[in-house]
Design a protein around this ligand. Structure first.
Ligand code: FES
Ligand SMILES: [Fe+2]
Length: 395
């Protein structure tokens, strides 16, 4: 195991804390405060969790058209998604191979190439360096001993699933399909669904003053429902929820999902052919490390969680529908109402996660204990993170 972030003594304290997380839930404690508050610990965690295996970077619809590019700061690193002329979505380190300027500064359509603003080196949308003005002296765009054919942007291994773009910065994680196979099997009834994203009216964003893990932990548990979401709890009460606890994801099932739109608004069409389970069943899971998902018979949503330092988190939810008709004007009010409904629910969580972050500065908190009955989803996520720290897991 490589060192953690402090002196050997401090590291032993952290190692002991992670081992404690891995105990059975009855005796386990949660993750130590350090990994929520400390800058050096956060950098190390990013290296292990976001640099060590698959994690979500963005959405395929961020680069809907050929030529579209969408830069993302991903756990501190500049990356860019690019939709090639060949239809492929690729991810690159967003850094020019010449002197290291960041290349794409904002979402844009690049048409056919990426041009560095510094010395105008030009890359094709597949990452290949194609143009190097004056590289051989003024007016000479080639240079002996300089083979631009051997230079390309650094590729990042990527995969697309349920409308999301995932990356593996390590390049060595096991197949992406291994990561999502259990969830894909669980949601096989939706396998062939075409996910319709309708634009800005289906996007909900938050900036949370908390560590990114608290957003995941809060999402995967239903325990807080009666107190944080009293309105939601009225028609989807805690006693109609069941936990989902798996190795790579955790969350909750609700047994009483009822689409709720104001009177007179058209309801969204269900995904056709679903078994009875989904008539009132809906599922909400955190897919580790950084995705929040919700699936219902008439819509789906995905939330991307990106850390911005130890105590700030960017959260972006995208709503999707199963029928192209929902993109039309007839459904505009329904779409807005649905987005507003989820916006209100997620906003209720903001207080909780930000207050938990403040609590993690307290020496009076030591990771906390878990309810064996209610906190299984939180514990399994904490354990997943502890294993990433201990080096005993490939994400
Ligand atoms: S740094 Fe990009 S062209 Fe020089
Ligand atoms: Fe909540």
């Amino acid at each position: 195991m490589s060192g953690f972030v402090g002196s050997p003594g401090e590291n032993q304290v952290m190692k002991d804390a992670f081992e404690q997380v891995l105990q059975p839930i009855e005796t386990a404690r949660g993750l130590p405060n350090t990994v929520y508050t400390d800058t050096a610990a956060h950098a190390e965690e990013c290296r292990r969790v976001f640099g060590g295996g698959w994690a979500c970077l963005g959405f395929a619809h961020d680069v809907r058209e050929p030529g579209d590019a969408y830069p993302v700061i991903f756990a501190g690193l500049p990356l860019v998604m690019v939709h090639g002329r060949d239809g492929e979505i690729r991810v690159f380190h967003n850094v020019c191979r010449h002197r290291g300027r960041t290349l794409v500064e904002g979402p844009e359509n690049l048409k056919t190439s990426m041009v560095c603003p510094y010395h105008s080196w030009t890359y094709a949308l597949d990452g290949q360096l194609t143009g190097t003005p004056h590289v051989g002296g003024f007016g000479k765009h080639t240079c002996e001993g300089f083979d631009k054919g051997s230079i390309r942007l650094k590729d990042v291994r990527s995969a697309i699933w349920f409308g999301m773009v995932f990356v593996d910065l390590s390049g060595t994680a096991s197949d992406f399909t291994d990561l999502v196979a259990p969830l894909e099997e669980r949601w096989k009834d939706f396998r062939d669904a075409e996910l319709i994203h309708t634009g800005a009216d289906s996007t909900i964003t938050f900036e949370l003053e908390c560590n990114w893990k608290l957003a995941i932990e809060n999402y995967c548990e239903a325990y807080h429902l009666p107190w944080v979401h009293p309105e939601l709890n009225r028609y989807s009460p805690l006693n109609r929820h069941r936990a989902i606890v798996e190795q790579g994801f955790s969350g909750q099932i609700t047994e009483c999902y009822t689409p709720s739109l104001p009177d007179g608004m058209p309801m969204f069409p269900d995904f056709p052919g679903l078994p009875e389970y989904w008539r009132e069943g809906a599922e909400y899971v955190s897919l580790f490390p950084n995705v929040l998902l919700g699936i219902h018979r008439d819509h789906f949503f995905a939330g991307l969680i990106l850390p911005d330092g130890p105590a700030r988190t960017l959260e972006r939810f995208e709503l999707f529908y199963f029928d192209a008709a929902v993109a039309g004007d007839d459904y505009a009010a329904s779409r807005a109402a649905n987005a507003q409904l989820w916006q209100a629910v997620f906003a209720e969580d903001q207080d909780a996660v930000e207050a938990m972050q403040r609590g993690r500065h307290s020496p009076g908190f030591d990771g906390g204990v878990f309810s064996p009955a209610m906190d299984g989803p939180t514990h399994v996520f904490n354990a997943w993170i502890a294993r990433a720290w201990l080096g005993s897991q490939s994400a």
